[in-house]
Ligand binder design. Structure first.
Ligand code: CP
Ligand code: NVA
Length: 312
């Protein structure tokens, strides 16, 4: 599998085989790191980490993943550079592309990360935009594979803000990989019809399925129940409205009971607001797997950098 020179902007751009290759490469890098073995695949490579929004996991994953492979990461926070306000995205991209070998971007608009890729001409990795969070999905898939030994055929239910970056990216990834994917959300927070149709097309190819519903009974048979914050970064002013809409969709003991399965796991991309989208009880019950998922951000992000930019 050759992904050299490719950007990682949305999972829409990747085939199921390429997605599985990245998940499996991450598993391999993880096993090696547990034995104290790191690589040299990014030796001599400089990587820019642009963050318009805050981050714990994504920033640390790119930093450690890069250093583990012998590269140099440079953090460029929102107040450090002029991206988009004193200098056009196109110009900053062309400058960074002359100096860096790869660029990570976390921020608001998907258009910005796409422009960075177009104008820098080096691999650009999407570390979260308002629309998508593709690297998170690789970590979620690695975690599901560790738990269940497979992806295709699993029933994954995302509960909460069904039109946020996580819901969108999980839907794309699940549809490509043959999962039975459900978005359980109030009607006003359903994903865009156009994206749902696109994903239904992917699901048809992979043997998976997509269901969008506001009926809590849809958790029945879930292998994994997934949630995310009710207000994504930049939407803090919507808190009261979201609490009113989403309280019935909290992941709590009753909802987990409704799966009808003892083996159902709970996943969360983190950071979590306990007492809102998930109760403390459920969060703590599944803390081991949720923090495996967080750790897996590092191994999967490393895999993306190694695959698209690495020397081997
Ligand atoms: N899950 C995730 O992206 O976490 P951070 O916001 O801490 O990077
Ligand atoms: N939907 C959340 C994801 C955080 C990782 C946000 O955008 O804030």
């Amino acid at each position: 599998m050759n992904l050299k020179g490719r950007s990682f902007l949305t999972l829409k751009d990747f085939t199921p085989e390429e997605i599985m290759y990245l998940v499996d490469l991450a598993a391999d890098l993880k096993a090696k790191k547990k034995q104290g073995i790191t690589g040299n695949s990014l030796k001599g490579k400089n990587i820019a980490l642009i963050f318009e929004k805050p981050s714990t996991r994504t920033r640390c994953s790119f930093t450690i993943g890069c250093i583990d492979e012998g590269g140099h990461p440079e953090y460029l926070g929102k107040d450090d550079i002029q991206l988009g306000y004193k200098e056009s995205v196109e110009d900053t991209a062309r400058v960074l592309g002359r100096m860096f070998d790869g660029i990570e971007f976390r921020g608001f608009q998907q258009d910005t990360v796409e422009k960075l890729a177009k104008y820098s001409k080096v691999p650009v990795w999407n570390g979260l935009t308002d629309e998508y969070h593709p690297t998170q999905i690789l970590a979620d898939f690695l975690t599901l594979k560790e738990q269940f030994g497979k992806l295709a055929g699993l029933k994954l239910v995302f509960v909460g803000d069904g039109r946020n970056n996580m819901a969108n990216s999980l839907m794309i990834g699940s549809a490509k990989m043959g999962l039975d994917f459900v978005i359980l959300a109030p009607r006003s927070l359903w994903p865009e019809g156009e994206l749902v149709s696109l994903c239904e097309g992917y699901a048809k190819e992979s043997g998976g399925s997509i269901q969008i519903t506001d009926n809590l009974d849809a958790v029945q048979g879930a292998d994994a129940v997934y949630t995310d914050v009710w207000c994504s970064m930049g939407e803090e002013d919507k808190a009261a409205e979201r609490i009113a809409l989403l309280t019935p969709y909290q992941v709590n003991a009753q909802l987990m009971e409704k799966t009808g399965k003892e083996s159902t796991i709970f996943l969360h991309c983190l950071p979590a607001v306990k007492g809102k989208e998930v109760t403390e009880e459920i969060f703590e019950k599944f803390a081991d797997v949720v923090f495996d998922e967080a750790e897996n951000r590092m191994h999967t992000i490393k895999a993306v950098m190694v695959a698209t930019l690495g020397n081997q």
